[in-house]
Design a protein around this ligand. Structure first.
Ligand code: FMN
Ligand code: SF4
Ligand code: SF4
Length: 351
């Protein structure tokens, strides 16, 4: 018998890891006779909220993006006010890896402590926090893991989640795994800010559709943030893209690539040429025209650098998208994208 009558889970999942973990928990809760409500982020914002009586356990389960929650899920957490004073558990799936027989964990950064804090101040009781190390889906920067490795991670975590679920349903919360990684998570926390204010916009501009695209529209339809539209009769990625990796991993034509031959030189150009040039001149302007302290001037220059970085990516992407209409340019970009080659696998969850 569980101490709860209802369990209400909301998950944000690009490629299925967080969805699968939520389904495991929902399945066990159902077997134990709880009323189970399972919503994806998109379903949750559109669906009517059921009236619940009896003690409710709320589960929030999300992918980790840049040591943080995805932007949509952060918004959801800040606006969350359902079933006040309920117990809450927080799960984040993150980039597990495997070296030989050794499973390596990902890093959560603020993915757990940010929602825990926000929900605590809203009056919820956070009874458990659990990072889950499933395969990394970030195939813009590395090939998808081998099927055998993916399966072994899934087998391991299915068992661990079973124990976790039985414990929380019996009122035995846990924070151990979250606290073990706390020093490392604190160390990378500043990067979460960089990712949130710059990284995610830059990454939104690292997807192209090659000539293999047959305009089936599946990526447009299935994008959780509706961030792809047709421009010039080809998919075009908007700044609202959260790099959940769904489109790239699940395009039936394998037509979506990351144009490494553009992205890598552009990062070099921005960090070695453009930003130092802008910083030098911005500093001269600030010194000549304003009476700002050194610290304030440095902060202003950092913000300018961030804006320049985003603007450079947006502009380059716009030109790139235009040029991709030319067959030979399209081929050149396609064959200089690492993601194009067969050794660069896509990531799929088991079954
Ligand atoms: C843009 C992006 C950023 C990511 N950042 C992190 C990270 O900071 N730490 C981490 O451990 N995993 C990170 N990952 C890996 C995913 O969080 C991980 O694969 C997750 O299980 C994916 O869940 P999903 O299939 O439910 O979308 C990142 C993945 C992507 C695509
Ligand atoms: S899913 Fe692939 S083939 Fe279909 S429209 Fe998108 S990029 Fe083109
Ligand atoms: S455009 Fe692709 S990567 Fe971006 S949010 Fe949509 S499905 Fe995810």
């Amino acid at each position: 018998m569980s101490i709860y009558k209802n369990i209400f889970i909301v998950y944000y999942s690009g490629t299925g890891n967080s969805k699968r973990v939520s389904e495991w928990i929902a399945g066990i809760a159902k077997e134990k006779g709880l009323n189970v409500f399972l919503f994806s982020y998109q379903e949750f914002i559109n669906a009517p909220r059921p009236e619940l009586t009896g003690k409710t356990l709320i589960g929030l389960c999300s992918a980790t993006h840049g040591f943080n929650l995805p932007h949509s899920f952060i918004k959801l957490i800040f606006r969350f006010k359902l079933y006040p004073n309920s117990d809450v558990f927080i799960i984040n799936t993150r980039a597990g890896m495997k070296l030989g027989k050794i499973f390596l964990p990902g890093l959560s950064g603020i993915t757990q402590f940010l929602p825990a804090l926000v929900l605590f101040f809203k009056g919820y009781k956070v009874v458990a926090m659990q990072p889950v190390d499933l395969p990394s889906n970030w195939i813009s920067i590395h090939p998808g893991l081998k099927e055998k490795v993916v399966n072994s991670m899934y087998l391991k975590w299915k068992e661990k989640i079973k124990v976790f679920t039985e414990n929380i349903l019996n009122g035995k919360g846990t924070y151990i795994d979250s606290f073990i990684y706390l020093p490392l998570d604190i160390l990378v926390a500043p990067i979460a800010l960089g990712y949130y204010f710059v990284g995610r916009f830059v990454l939104a501009k690292t997807f192209i559709a090659t000539d293999k695209c047959n305009k089936c529209g599946i990526c447009i339809e299935s994008c959780p943030t509706k961030s792809i539209k047709y421009i010039d009769d080809r998919p075009y990625w908007k700044l609202t893209c959260e790099s959940c990796m769904h489109c790239m991993n699940y395009c039936p034509q394998r037509a979506i690539e990351t144009p490494h031959s553009i992205v890598i030189p552009l990062i070099w150009l921005i960090s070695v040429v453009i930003n130092p040039f802008v910083a030098k001149h911005a500093l001269i302007i600030i010194k000549n025209h304003f009476l700002f302290s050194q610290k304030l001037s440095e902060n202003i220059i950092s913000v300018v650098g961030m804006l320049v970085t985003i603007f450079s990516f947006v502009l380059t992407y716009y030109v790139l998208h235009f040029l991709l209409r030319y067959k030979y340019f399209n081929k050149l970009i396609t064959y200089t994208s690492l993601t194009k080659f067969n050794f660069w696998r896509r990531y799929k969850i088991p079954n």
